[in-house]
Ligand binder design. Structure first.
Ligand SMILES: Cc1cc2nc3c(=O)[nH]c(=O)nc-3n(C[C@H](O)[C@H](O)[C@H](O)COP(=O)(O)OP(=O)(O)OC[C@H]3O[C@@H](n4cnc5c(N)ncnc54)[C@H](O)[C@@H]3O)c2cc1C
Length: 342
């Protein structure tokens, strides 16, 4: 019987992030498919209360590290706590969310427990003692299904690939696992968090719509002038009203690094494509973006695609979008914003 371990962490307010509940759902399914025994481990602030919040998941045991030393993410203490939890659980298959906190510390923990680890897992399944996982290779072009005989085997599950676990809270009777944190482990201290204001955050993975801006927004328009200021106001107005996530073409973000005037709220973090990201959203709207293959390959997981372009022969019109509006994006977005705000 496979020993399946869902390793989760809390946020600094003691809540479980959505990605942790998604991983828990994957672990519950895997335990059911393999007839395995499920243990849940939680580390971080308020770990015992977080275990209570998922007490109804059917796990045979709950273990925690809620020590003050892991109240904030920190490589040394997180790696030590995760190592102790995996060892205490006697885990064979470890599922953990691919959050920045775990992506940073779990490779180290895997080395300490002699485990093999795979990241960006998009599906996990099993039958009897056999477990297999899926992840994308070669920049999301090839979906691979694979298995490993090594145990423990740690799998970092990507966010958004499983529905978040929902079920009754209760009393988990979680066992606190003691960890001997050294002074050296705690040498790095968190002095505070600097984060952009919520409305300044343009990358919103949970948004229904991805709005992509291309370099056309910065080009000379029909009056022979560029209108970058107007473009910024229109794009930010649209993002606010539609609560959309902002993507960019490479050309647009490159303009900034070349020192030309461009949209100040845009960075390479927004770049979608072969050398950018491959976000997952139900819908996408490309504006002033040509839709070239190195860009459009990043739209692999965008289900419904539309584009606004002056050029009826742009890349989007070559079978890459469901609908192409041959129109001036400045005019279209002005009108759309007015309708959204009406
Ligand atoms: C190895 C490699 C990797 C790459 N990786 C990426 C990547 O990850 N992501 C990426 O994006 N690109 C990538 N590229 C670059 C890619 O090939 C294109 O050069 C880039 O995507 C073009 O950006 P764009 O469409 O914004 O700009 P442009 O090609 O300049 O297109 C601008 C578009 O705006 C339209 N336009 C102008 N004004 C208006 C208006 N008023 N209304 C409507 N439309 C208007 C024009 O008709 C034009 O189609 C890569 C290239 C290589 C070689």
């Amino acid at each position: 019987m496979a020993k399946i371990f869902a390793l989760l962490h809390t946020e600094s307010d003691g809540s479980l992030p959505k990605a942790a509940r998604e991983t828990l759902a994957a672990a519950v399914n895997l335990a059911a498919q393999t007839g395995g025994a499920l243990t849940v481990g939680v580390l971080g602030a308020g770990a015992a209360a977080a275990a209570d919040a998922v007490a109804g998941c059917g796990a045979a045991a709950f273990i925690t590290v809620g020590d003050h030393a892991v109240a904030h993410p920190r490589y040394a203490t997180d790696a030590a706590a995760a190592t102790a939890l995996v060892q205490a659980a006697g885990a064979e298959i470890v599922l953990a969310p691919n959050t920045s906190r775990f992506a940073r510390c779990l490779p180290g923990a895997a080395h300490r427990v002699g485990a093999q680890i795979d990241t960006h897992i998009v599906a996990v399944g099993g039958e009897g003692g056999a477990v297999h996982a899926q992840r994308w290779f070669y920049r999301q072009r090839i979906l691979g299904s694979f298995s490993r005989t090594a145990r423990p085997w740690m799998l970092l599950v990507d966010g958004g690939v499983c529905p978040a676990w929902q079920g009754p809270a209760g009393t988990a009777n979680a066992q606190e696992v003691p960890v001997a944190f050294t002074a050296e482990d705690q040498r790095t201290t968190v002095k505070g968090v600097q984060a952009p204001a919520a409305d300044a955050q343009t990358i919103r993975p949970d948004a229904v719509l991805l709005f992509v801006a291309g370099a056309g927004w910065t080009k000379k328009q029909k009056d022979g002038q560029a209108h970058i200021g107007d473009a910024g106001v229109l794009i930010q107005g649209f993002l606010r009203s539609a609560k959309a996530s902002l993507g960019s073409s490479k050309s647009l973000v490159d303009i900034q690094s070349e020192g030309q005037e461009t949209l100040s709220f845009m960075s390479h973090m927004n770049q979608v494509g072969q050398t950018g990201s491959t976000p997952r959203h139900a819908k996408g709207l490309a504006t002033c973006c040509h839709g070239e293959e190195p860009h459009a390959v990043g739209w692999r997981f965008i289900n419904e695609r539309r584009a606004v372009n002056l050029d009826p022969n742009c890349g989007w019109a070559q079978g890459k979008a469901d609908v192409v509006y041959v129109a001036d994006a400045f005019e279209v977005i002005t009108k759309v914003n007015a309708l959204l705000n009406a």
